[in-house]
Design a protein around this ligand. Structure first.
Ligand code: ATP
Length: 594
């Protein structure tokens, strides 16, 4: 196979750095400047002030008169990450950083944390923000960063990197079964073990504890505090990470894509979170600066925007009819005339792929799924809906056989039939070949080893034939199939440039942006033409070009009798018309089918 070493499209950035910035919050990112060989002494902002809270040059929170921004280790002769950046944020203004998925907006936030070099440098060392704090504070604590562009792994709790980023594999199904001791830590313990607060409280903690109680209530976490952290659903985890960041009482909280729908905040929790962020920001405890994608709703209370477009950042007051970036038609990949299959519209009796009768999942007194009755037939398109914590992921884990309670569904009390066999007679390894699957958990778990051992795009796609996470040698026929689906999707969906499928296939997976990795894992899920395709928030990290490429593929290229189960909080994400889709909605563990 041809190896292309020089191939590196403009938008493909330092993936390991990005991955870290995406997955981690404050604590881990402290190591970054050191990794770049720069010795950073601990920086305290300690000039005296007349304002008891935050004093200043006037009331400035961020001040960059005009500077180029570089990664540490890069000379001024290199291309800057941002050129001629001018940005001033005053206390009381409400800013959002807006840019497409995978764009440099995370870099802009990371710059505020002192992880980039400005030229000329700010007067206070590496930090262009929070000029003077009184009382003096360690800047590492004064600024917190939480990213929601992917979910942290279970063992990593809140802050450690996902093992997949170091090339290892971790078992993302651990939450369903017996747990190792270190995974039993409750949400309450996890929150407090990483904070200076004592869970029992003490006088100096009182103010903090009150705030935390309020945050826990408003983030709807009260009922979850004694559960192991690892069992929290995606939406619950996202809310818990915000509570954790607030525990450190930062002055400035940077949130990377907190309102995007991946991985899954449902509409009501998104509204709740938006209102909480507003109240925190107004009270300056802490100030909030968030990044958003152009398609995310811009909260009413945002007064200013910083629009990130490649190396340039445009700052402006929000206008009434704010439109971040017009989406041009040229972003939509053209319809490939290859492999287009005519849909068979004739009604016919379809084979049952999944049959559930009175299916239940319980953890002691927590009844997560209640008497589910559901049938999926060949060729059907389903939309699985339900608020955060309603049991969607649990239901999927029964279908894939990952949940231990899939074995306990037995007649006469219940039935779980998968591909015409009772679950207990259907080996999990067989299910992996019959089901194609993308999910935030798989995205996080997939190994990303760099160097010689790292897999290429085509090798990653090829692991989908057996539904495994490690390299398998492909037959010639399988290699042809990999080529076929890359071509049918259209390599330009990946990067917007004129790639050949060869160039794309031989690129290392780890070198791709998060959106390109999601696209590769989508192809991995369909490569074996599975009988059931599970798309659990499949567009995570993708930009609009990639999303429209995948939607077109799903409309035009799938085998007629492939069933698809699409999980999303948003109806308009589905590529099919409403009349072509059946819906199953979970509410408090009960299924409503329509
Ligand atoms: N081992 C466990 N013990 C107790 N409760 C659990 C366990 N595993 C999951 N849960 C709870 O089951 C509920 C359903 O979780 P699930 O992940 O299926 O929700 P979801 O609908 O996928 O949510 P989201 O939209 O946030 O991803 C949650 O409240 C979760 O905390």
């Amino acid at each position: 196979m041809m190896t292309v070493t020089h191939f590196r499209p403009k938008s493909w950035k330092e993936p390991m750095l990005l991955k870290r910035l995406h997955v981690l919050d404050l604590t881990i990112s402290l190591a970054l400047p050191l990794q770049f060989g720069v010795i950073v002494s601990r920086f305290y902002s300690d000039q005296p002030s007349s304002n008891p809270e935050l004093s200043r040059d006037g009331d400035t929170i961020i001040h960059i008169p005009r500077a180029n921004v570089y990664r540490f280790g890069q000379a001024n002769t290199n291309q800057p990450v941002f050129r001629d950046l001018e940005w001033t944020v005053r206390d009381g203004e409400s800013w959002a950083v807006v840019g497409p998925a995978g764009s440099e907006k995370s870099d802009l936030l990371s710059m505020l944390m002192g992880h980039m070099r400005l030229s000329p440098s700010p007067s206070r060392g590496i930090y262009p923000s929070l000029p003077v704090l009184n009382p003096p504070r360690d800047m590492y604590e004064a600024i917190s960063f939480v990213s929601f562009t992917s979910r942290p792994s279970f063992s990593a709790s809140f802050s450690a990197p996902s093992p997949s980023s170091s090339g290892g594999f971790f078992d993302y199904t651990a939450r369903y079964g017996a747990m190792r001791d270190e995974l039993r830590q409750t949400l309450r313990e996890t929150l407090f073990s990483q904070s200076s607060l004592s869970p029992r409280g003490s006088q100096e903690n009182d103010r903090q504890m009150k705030l935390l109680d309020e945050v826990i209530r408003r983030l709807d976490l009260e009922d979850l505090m004694e559960l192991p952290f690892v069992v929290l659903s995606n939406g619950q985890t996202r809310r818990a990470r915000i509570a954790r960041a607030l525990l450190g009482s930062p002055e400035l909280l940077l949130l990377d894509e907190p309102l995007s729908e991946y991985p899954g905040l449902d509409p009501s929790h998104r509204a709740q979170l938006t209102s909480l962020l507003h109240d925190l920001h107004v009270s300056r405890k802490p100030r909030i600066l968030m990044s958003l994608r152009p398609q995310d709703p811009l909260p009413e209370w945002i007064t200013h925007v910083a629009l990130v477009d490649g190396q340039s950042v445009r700052t402006e007051i929000r206008s009434q009819n704010f439109m971040p970036f017009p989406v041009s038609d040229s972003e939509t990949p053209g319809t490939s005339d290859m492999h287009i299959k005519r849909k068979d519209n004739m009604e016919r009796e379809r084979k049952e792929l999944v049959a559930m009768k009175n299916v239940n999942v319980k953890y002691h007194d927590r009844h997560v799924l209640k008497n589910i009755n559901w049938t999926i037939r060949a060729g059907e398109k389903w939309h699985l809906q339900g608020p955060n914590g309603s049991g969607k992921t649990t239901l999927l884990s029964l279908l894939t056989g990952a949940h231990p309670q899939s074995y306990t569904q037995r007649p006469p009390s219940s039935v779980l039939q998968l591909f015409s066999l009772p679950r207990r007679l259907q080996p999990t390894i067989a299910l992996q070949k019959l089901i194609g699957h993308v999910s935030p958990e798989i995205f996080n778990a997939f190994p990303r080893r760099g160097g010689e051992g790292g897999m290429t795009v085509s090798e990653v796609i090829g692991t989908g034939f057996e539904g495994v996470f490690s390299y398998r040698k492909l037959s010639e026929e399988q290699e042809r199939r990999v080529e076929e689906i890359i071509t049918a999707l259209g390599p330009s969906s990946f990067s917007g440039s004129d790639l050949t499928w060869h160039e794309l296939a031989s690129t290392k997976f780890v070198a791709l942006s998060p959106g390109q990795q999601s696209l590769t894992l989508f192809l991995r899920a369909i490569v074996s033409s599975p009988r059931l395709l599970i798309l659990d928030e499949p567009f995570a990290g993708m930009d609009s070009r990639m999303i429209s490429g995948v939607k077109r593929y799903l409309r035009e290229e799938l085998d007629d009798d492939m069933s698809v189960l699409f999980v999303s909080h948003w109806e308009d994400e589905l590529p099919w018309g409403a009349e072509d889709v059946k819906r199953i909605r979970l509410v408090d563990g009960e299924a409503i089918i329509c």
